[in-house]
Design a binder for this molecule. Structure first.
Ligand code: FE
Length: 230
């Protein structure tokens, strides 16, 4: 399998390229618009054909490359079926499986960071977007975020995956690149040995500033990253 973890240091976003073999079909998860040309070059260099570009949720801190990649490559753009982004070609329902040349990505509805967040699970790993991060969790204070739903998605859905499932999140701010379900159960400081009430209190007291690009990124991402005239 080909697996690449690409990083945008401006928004601390991870983008994932997956393909089952050289010369085969590929999928990009959470691509960032300003790197669209770089992704296309890398995909060409590996002899791949981009068939899907996928976002875990409507990002508030960067502009998605979904629209740009569709224009460049003709790929199919996809998100979870609760998205408000009418521009996407394919809206994946809970438990729906996207088969990319034998790589099977199963959609898991994991709201909490936003009300439309999806995670995508493979046999050995899960792409959690921003709902579950490395030793952290995604903020729950905008775009329909809800700390109760975040707890439920993490504890009652993602934590039901096997302990050795690798976690690949959409962000990290501290230098982490991967974790496992077992590790986060044991060591995630917001969740391990805590109750839902404690978790909600933590999330409601974070008082984080809005992302710098939020007013630009959210409307742009609802049209797959193509420019919005104000
Ligand atoms: Fe996010």
């Amino acid at each position: 399998m080909i697996f690449r973890q690409l990083y945008d240091k401006q928004s601390s976003t991870y983008t994932y390229l997956l393909a089952s073999r050289l010369g085969g079909e590929a999928v990009l998860i959470d691509p960032v618009e300003e790197y669209a040309n770089m992704y296309v070059t890398l995909i060409e260099q590996l002899g791949l054909r981009l068939v899907y570009a996928l976002d875990t949720h409507t990002h508030a801190d960067h502009i998605t490359a979904l629209g740009a990649l569709r224009e460049h490559t003709g790929c199919i753009t996809a998100m979870g079926d609760r998205t408000r982004a009418e521009c996407v070609d394919l809206k994946l329902a809970e438990d729906e499986v996207l088969d990319v040349d034998g790589i099977k990505l199963r959609a898991l509805f994991t709201p909490g960071h936003t009300d439309e967040s999806m995670s995508f699970a493979m046999d050995d790993r899960v792409f959690t977007g921003d709902v579950l991060l490395y030793r952290g969790t995604g903020r729950t204070d905008f775009q329909g975020g809800d700390p109760h739903k975040s707890w439920d998605s993490i504890v009652n859905k993602l934590f039901h995956l096997s302990n050795d499932t690798l976690i690949y999140a959409a962000h990290d701010y501290k230098g982490w690149t991967v974790s496992t379900i077992g590790e986060e159960k044991q060591y995630n400081p917001r969740i391990a040995n805590r109750t839902e009430v404690e978790y909600v209190a933590i999330m409601n007291s974070l008082n984080l500033p809005d992302p710098k690009l939020m007013d630009i990124a959210v409307p742009a991402n609802l049209v797959c990253g193509r420019k919005v005239d104000k």
